[in-house]
Design a protein around this ligand. Structure first.
Ligand code: PA5
Length: 471
């Protein structure tokens, strides 16, 4: 793969937070003193002290060998298969979806094979039986490579998909299904590693200390990206650059720390909702990925000292300009309970000229001679203005353009923001007891061995009252 060369500075992401501050927003805005009153120094110190535990921070630096291996496997997959299907959920699916949408053609799967250069990509992150049936209607199993991804190796949803797929593969290919199935999992824990060994599968590992939602930049996300022809070295180079940038302990010079401080200060003012609004279809699913990162990391009942805090900020996914025609009314005239983060792009990868037409109708022809690029930029500026004018907090993250380098920067910046916010809120951003609770309840309901006590607990839950069920 050819690597594009450029000066890294020209690809640096910026954060414009004028519209969060009192100078612009009046009394509804934050002050610098309010930001400084947060435990910034302690949080920055903790980020250094805990770096060893946050193994995901090393991913941009320590994967030379694994990247070469991923590229080799991806090359083979690109040559042999028509389809690449990821089986996984949560952190094992949202990253692959987000990166592919950001960096592949927006109608990648619909392109003719020679233009795609690689197989179609499907990421099956649900267990809706209609969806699994629908997938099987559009793929030929023989010409499909499946990548089953589960860090824990035990997630029921993923295991159910695996059972369906291995059954089909065995029926179609016979005993050896290793030609069409790749596993990505923990190197010792869980059941997938056992199955991978039994079936002699090519296996990639989720490194220790890399949790699901922080795993996009390891084989979890890199394999699917490479299979789609995305430059994964560039993705990691962007993340490495952001790692350098975010070494700065001065919060006002560190975009990730600053964004965390802005959100935490806003939360103290009652802004319990965080809207992420990309102005690019390519970044649409980055908002999905971010929603998991922010919600699952910061939504916590107890803080580090064990006291109940019920912390968190509800993420909302929005898309510019589409949601200007659905949600923006609420963002301008609704309650002051949210921060809107615009995610904008300076240079789109394509230009679309709006041609001359209907010149005798001025309300239409004012668009003529402009480009859709100008139109989307004007609409974003206008929406930022309207949200600011109505006194609602907002800020803008600006990408010079969408490419593998800037997407790597962006993902890493959001991860650091989340970790730093966890430190400011004095909670553990890396566990997910609430998610685990749901997983255990599912095991109990389906009779998994070892969950009898949980089943008894569920049986003892208050019965549903018919009086509260309307017919
Ligand atoms: O961030 C997390 O840990 C979770 O959202 C997991 O990614 C999700 O539950 C899937 O887990 P696993 O990859 O173990 O199947």
């Amino acid at each position: 793969m050819e690597h594009r060369t450029f000066d890294r500075e020209t690809m640096r992401i910026t954060v414009d937070y004028n519209n969060m501050m009192q100078e612009t927003l009046g009394a509804r805005g934050l002050t610098v003193d309010e930001l400084k009153a947060l435990p910034l120094e302690a949080a920055a110190k903790a980020m250094h002290a805990k770096r060893d535990q946050m193994k995901w921070r090393e991913l941009p630096h320590n994967q030379d060998e694994i990247v070469a291996e991923i590229e080799a496997v991806a090359k083979d997959v690109r040559a042999r298969f028509d389809n690449f299907v990821v089986l996984g959920i949560g952190g094992s699916a949202l990253g692959p979806i987000a990166v592919q949408q950001a960096l592949s053609h927006l109608h990648y799967n619909d392109l003719p094979k020679e233009k795609r250069g690689g197989p179609r990509l499907f990421v099956e992150d649900n267990i809706d039986p209609e969806r699994m049936n629908a997938l099987l209607d559009v793929i030929d199993v023989k010409k499909t490579c499946f990548n089953v991804i589960t860090k824990s190796g035990s997630t029921s949803e993923t295991m159910s998909q695996l059972l369906i797929v291995t059954d089909l593969l065995h029926k179609t290919l016979g005993e050896d299904i290793s030609t069409n199935l790749i596993a990505t999992t923990d190197h010792v824990k869980g059941n997938l590693i056992k199955i991978a060994k039994r079936e002699n599968l090519t296996t990639f590992y989720v490194p220790d200390g890399v949790g699901g939602r922080f795993s996009e930049l390891c084989p979890v996300g890199l394999l699917a990206a490479a299979v789609c022809g995305i430059d994964i070295r560039m993705l990691l180079a962007g993340a490495a650059y952001m790692d350098e940038i975010t070494q700065n302990d001065n919060v006002f010079e560190n975009p990730a720390y600053l964004m965390a401080a802005l959100q935490v200060a806003a939360m103290k003012r009652g802004a319990n909702i965080h809207v992420l609004m990309p102005y690019a279809d390519s970044l649409k699913y980055i908002a999905d990925w971010y929603a998991q990162l922010w919600a699952e990391s910061l939504g916590k009942r107890v803080g580090n000292d064990g006291t109940e805090i019920y912390a968190g900020q509800t993420p909302v996914k929005s898309l510019g300009v589409t949601d200007q025609h659905s949600q923006v009314q609420l963002y301008t005239e609704g309650p002051f309970d949210k921060v809107v983060t615009f995610l904008s792009v300076d240079r789109y990868r394509k230009t679309m000229q709006i041609p001359d037409g209907y010149l005798d109708i001025p309300d239409v022809s004012f668009l003529c001679g402009h480009t859709q690029n100008e139109l989307i930029a004007a609409e974003e500026a206008a929406t930022e203005y309207a949200v600011m004018k109505s006194g609602h907090m907002n800020y803008a993250i600006r990408l010079p353009e969408v490419n593998a380098f800037t997407v790597g920067e962006l993902l890493y910046m959001f991860e650091i923001q989340t970790a730093f916010a966890g430190e400011l809120l004095e909670l553990n951003a890396f566990d997910q007891p609430g998610v685990e609770e749901g997983k255990k309840a599912t095991y109990a309901l389906l009779g998994k061995p070892g969950f009898a006590e949980k089943k008894a607990e569920l049986d003892a839950a208050p019965a549903k009252l018919p009086a509260y069920i309307v017919k």
